[in-house]
Design a protein. Structure first.
Length: 132
């Protein structure tokens, strides 16, 4: 069975409906997978973007809290903060898009075609794997 939620992308604006670590709203993918060493140290692993993002009139400040700040790798933390600095959520509703349809809307057909394509690829792989 395919993982349907992997085909949704989120455009963060207010961020109150998008999970910071679990939803794919950053170009890097799910932040829990991209930065697993930071994810395990996060105090609130189910936080929304709005929980971590503070807006000021001229800038945005990201306020994350980790369990043990001293054990965070400085290089990984710098990369993580650099990625966050590239993102500036706006004051508008959050947007969810479906990646398997050019219009960004979920359709049963697009998901079915994706499942069918993956099934055919898996069968071809198994078939070709039988021959040296």
């Amino acid at each position: 069975m395919g993982k349907i939620f992997h085909h949704f992308s989120f455009k963060a604006s207010v961020g109150s409906s998008i999970l910071f670590w679990h939803d794919r709203w950053c170009t890097e993918g799910h932040l829990r997978d991209t930065f697993p060493s930071l994810y395990v140290l996060a105090v609130n692993r189910d936080a929304t973007i709005a929980d971590y993002c503070q807006r000021w009139p001229s800038n945005i400040v990201w306020s994350l809290v980790f369990i043990r700040d001293a054990l965070v790798d400085d290089t990984i933390l710098a990369t993580f903060l650099s990625k966050l600095s590239e993102i500036s959520p706006q004051y508008s509703p959050d947007v969810v898009t479906w990646d398997l349809n050019s219009k960004g809307f979920f359709t049963v057909k697009s998901y079915y075609l994706n499942l069918l394509s993956n099934s055919i690829l898996a069968m071809e792989s198994r078939f070709l794997g039988r021959f040296p």
